[in-house]
Design a protein around this ligand. Sequence first.
Ligand code: SF4
Length: 193
Amino acid sequence: MTYYKGSDELERSRKILMVSHCILNSNAKVEGLSQYEGIFKEVVDMIHEEGIGIIQLPCPEMIMYGIKRWGHVKEQFDTLFYRENCRKMLKPIIGQVKGYTDAGYEIIGVLGVDGSPSCGVNLTCSGNWAGDFSSKEDIEDKVRDLKIIESSGVFIEELKKYFEEYNLEILFVAINEDDVYSSLNDVKEFLKR
Ligand code: SF4
């Protein structure tokens, strides 16, 4: 076989990062939470500079609850229905990941979104949210009860379970939903390690 400049075999990095859906499409986020217009360009540029490919994960909240959903806490998504549907969405992704790793490609990690009840890696939001929001006091009490805790979101928990089931050792990193730009150095270091 003759290689030439631009040949696939010379150019392909065989490195892939799995990223939460909204990093490439902020339109999926709960309305009011986006800090960039569409793509999180600064992060995508860093991934591009390292020659790394991307697998975009599905947005479980958008698929199951749509764009008119309220912001939720982890406890509201911690149901068998939600978990089973996360697994259904992840199954074809796991098939791809297995295919790549078996063929010698490197899945360098998963880039999630800390603070999300679904895609949080180190942090997720928690609270005793349920019932009727009919009075101002009820809303204020529920907002006061919202806290960030050290735990993964439901979707990431199911992804971690899948990795264990298939003996896939894949690292996680996250942008912080509270201030996405505060995470740029962490992501950069992760990509360069
Ligand atoms: S953090 Fe996850 S669930 Fe939330 S908008 Fe992004 S992809 Fe969807």
